[in-house]
Write a protein that binds this ligand. Structure first.
Ligand code: ADP
Ligand code: ZN
Ligand code: ZN
Length: 739
């Protein structure tokens, strides 16, 4: 008889599969690819996913360990999703086992059953009589039976105490045969009436054109870039497409950026539809996540809304994928499996033959390039829905102006006028804390993090110097650690300082700060927003949390305190990000009757990119930026992969990368691959972080195929390099941060 050998993917960074024998007593027929098994691994146990059943192993049979337990009776992962995971692992050159464990809900990785939860329901037995003589001297049992008899569908076990039902009484009734227990899934939601809980808005001409274009391709793969200015009614188009999808008996998957998770966004979907909505984001606990995942898989959720990882939610009847704010950086995972949810969503849409809509007011240059190349249909919404005016931009040159906590005189005036007119002001500053650094006025000492090549930010409210890169925090010194003088001054401004200053400048108006420090507690964000929507004049100060998704109809002045960072950064994507941020922040203003004004403070007010953005808008900026990228041979006209390494000892990471680099050169010759540039190794832009020395090697190629060929041959060599043991290294395909 041939041997039954199980080839499993295990949650390990090792990019290989592991062989085991079948668990005792489990017949071969019960073992299907995709099922989970518990196996011994070293001194631990792990849960792996069966990839295939084979008859031969390179490991001698007597050395193979048996798996301990088969966890599934049917495969928890539908084939479509399994295929997506295979593609993902291959494209990102990542271990399949680890890919599966990023894709699966935590509880499934831990061995929880992959079936919707069953619950016990208590019923009165047919024919059970309250006057049964056995209950004559058992008043509590009689009461319990009376209560149950009032619930013809039974009472869920979890609700017993709410109905004052006592478990002991029920057990006694069960012994007497007067009650019965049924185990079933919690009652499925029953839908009353049609899908719409709220009428749809009549679409304007542009919206209708976009809607019709997508709707006419609703049953096949097709990618659509919905490029609509903020407030142009993209969301309304999504909602009406989802309605079509529901009418066709299919499910819609909607991805939103981390930062858009506000109840505002979610409520809009919930209010519109009589539909079962499954939510998958960082705010739901593991149990809720598994339930939502299972409901989507089993066709018991109609709409799935979630952040990045929701991309891996299986759908029984998929009909449509929507990626809102497709340019948002939170779609790219920056650790472990470094996938881009937008890019993978396109792969998924093609694999499952679905339409996919990418929406943004500021599309990524990648997506615009794909639209130009004809890979995406470009649908534009140029008008704000509801007739709101687009904002006016004003570049304020602050070169020779004194800045008072980052705020110039002319800006102070403009803020004062807006408040006096009874309107709201939004002040944007992408830096948390009080001041980005503390400086000794006598000797020039600055508050440097001991573990990173970075300055520590002063947080005055909490009385700390904090490193935003490694999390290290300490009390600010009273005197200079170098010269012992006491003249230590905060330099530059963060949101905390701007807030403090604005409070002093405008004492009669509330100043509300919105950043990660103020909104860390649950519910604060909601409270802040309800204050804002009441509409009284006030000043909002905040980071990019303010920039997205929220409607502030009473804001008529947006102030961007510092636009310089994006103009002279070494990162080639910095200007794209800055432009997106400015347009997104500006989009918060003047959404209703009043037109908005946007004041941008800059030391480089005449910078061509800034001029173009503010005078001709994002489309002109994007075209210019694209032609610069083409000229420089940068993405989207080239493909990148970044090998990062870090180690405790200086030089170790570079040594590893040097060796890796020469292997890559060798392979390039052996495989006769056309030009792939190897740039580096160089020290990382932040050379030391959390006490480790960091370096990187960038691979750049004008076409993807040779790059991936090289990577596929290169990684096994890297994995086997003895020098790799002392360093921590990772490969990032299509990196978006070159740090
Ligand atoms: P976006 O998603 O592009 O930022 P929204 O869908 O949020 O835009 O729409 C902005 C505002 O315009 C919302 O208040 C929305 O209710 C309104 N709106 C959208 N479409 C229409 C329409 N066809 N008619 C009237 N108002 C609309
Ligand atoms: Zn000093
Ligand atoms: Zn640090």
């Amino acid at each position: 008889m041939p041997d039954t050998i199980l080839r499993l993917a295990l949650p390990s960074p090792l990019r290989r599969l592991f062989d085991y024998r079948a668990p005792a007593g489990v017949p071969r027929s019960a073992l299907q690819p995709g099922m989970r098994l518990r196996v011994p691994f070293g001194r631990r146990e792990m849960i792996g996913v069966l990839i295939e059943v084979v008859e031969h192993s390179e490991v001698p049979l007597d050395k193979l360990k048996p798996a301990l337990e088969l966890l599934d009776r049917r495969t928890p992962l539908p084939p479509a999703l399994f295929k997506l995971c295979l593609w993902t692992a291959q494209y990102y050159q990542h271990s399949l086992g680890d890919t599966l464990s990023w894709a699966l809900p935590v509880l499934l990785r831990q061995g929880e059953p992959a079936e919707a939860r069953q619950e016990r329901f208590w019923h009165a037995a047919p024919g059970a009589d309250l006057n049964d003589p056995r209950l004559a001297r058992a008043p509590r049992q009689r009461e319990a039976l009376r209560t149950l008899a009032q619930h013809p569908h039974g009472v869920a076990h979890s609700l017993l105490s709410k109905l004052l039902l006592n478990k002991d009484s029920l057990d006694l009734l069960l012994e007497k045969g007067l009650v019965q227990v049924e185990v079933r899934r919690s009652a499925p939601l029953v839908r009353h009436g049609g899908w719409l809980a709220q009428p749809e808005l009549p679409l304007n001409a542009e919206q209708r054109a976009a809607f019709t274009a997508i709707q006419s391709g609703m049953y096949d793969f097709g990618a659509y870039l919905l490029y609509g200015v903020t407030g142009s009614g993209k969301t309304e188009v999504y909602l009406q497409l989802i309605h079509q999808c529901l009418e066709a008996g299919k499910q819609a998957l909607v991805l939103i950026p981390e930062i858009n998770l506000g109840p505002q966004t979610l409520e809009r979907f919930a209010r519109r539809f009589n539909a079962r909505i499954a939510l998958l984001h960082s705010g739901v606990n593991d149990r809720e996540r598994l339930d939502a995942w299972l409901a989507a898989r089993d066709g018991e959720a109609d709409i799935v809304i979630g952040t990045r990882s929701a991309l891996f939610t299986p759908l029984k009847n998929p009909g449509l994928i929507i990626i809102d704010e497709e340019h948002d950086a939170s779609y790219k995972q920056q650790e472990g499996l470094r996938y881009h949810a937008r890019d993978l969503a396109l792969v998924r849409a093609r694999q499952e033959n679905l339409p996919i809509v990418l929406g943004s007011a500021t599309p990524s240059l990648e997506s615009l390039h794909n639209a130009h190349a004809g890979r995406y249909a470009l649908l534009k919404l140029n008008q704000r829905a509801g007739g709101a005016q687009p904002p006016r931009f004003l570049r304020l040159d602050v070169k020779s102006l004194p800045l008072d906590s980052g705020i110039s005189g002319p800006l102070q005036q403009a803020i004062g006028q807006t408040l006096a007119a009874g309107q709201q002001v939004l002040v944007f500053l992408n830096r948390r804390g009080f001041a980005p650094t503390l400086l000794c006025h006598d000797c020039g000492w600055i508050s440097q993090c001991q573990r990173c090549d970075a300055r520590m930010t002063l947080h005055q409210r909490s009385g700390e110097l904090r490193c935003h890169h490694c999390g290290h925090a300490e009390r600010p010194p009273r005197q200079c650690p170098d010269c012992a003088k006491v003249d230590l001054r905060p330099v530059g401004a963060g949101t905390e300082r701007a807030e403090e200053r604005l409070n002093i400048l405008f004492p009669n108006f509330p100043v509300l700060r919105i950043d990660r420090d103020t909104t860390a507690r649950k519910g604060t964000m909601d409270k802040l927003f309800s204050t804002i929507t009441r509409g009284e004049p006030c000043i909002l100060v905040g980071t990019q949390m303010l920039a997205k998704g929220h409607h502030f109809p009473r804001v008529t002045l947006v102030a961007i305190l510092d636009a310089d960072g994006g103009l002279y950064s070494a990162d080639f994507r910095a200007s794209e990000r800055m432009a997106q941020l400015i347009v997104q922040v500006a989009g918060r203003a003047g959404r209703a009757e009043e037109p908005g004004k946007v004041i941008i403070q800059s030391h480089l007010a005449d910078h061509p990119l800034l001029v173009q953005l503010t005078e001709q808008g994002y489309p002109a900026f994007a075209e210019q930026a694209l032609s610069e990228r083409r000229g420089a041979g940068l993405p989207p006209f080239a493909h990148l992969a970044l090998l990062r390494a870090e180690a405790h000892k200086p030089g170790q990471a570079e040594g590893f990368l040097d060796e890796a680099c020469s292997y890559a050169e060798q392979l390039q010759q052996e495989l006769r691959l056309p030009a792939i540039e190897l740039l580096g190794p160089v020290p990382a832009p932040m050379e030391r972080r959390a006490g480790r020395h960091r370096a990187q090697l960038l691979l750049q190629s004008s076409s993807r195929v040779p790059l991936h060929k090289l990577l596929a041959a290169w990684l096994p060599i890297l994995e086997a390099m003895p020098g790799g043991r002392a360093v921590r290294w990772s490969l990032d395909i299509d990196p978006i941060d070159l740090f």
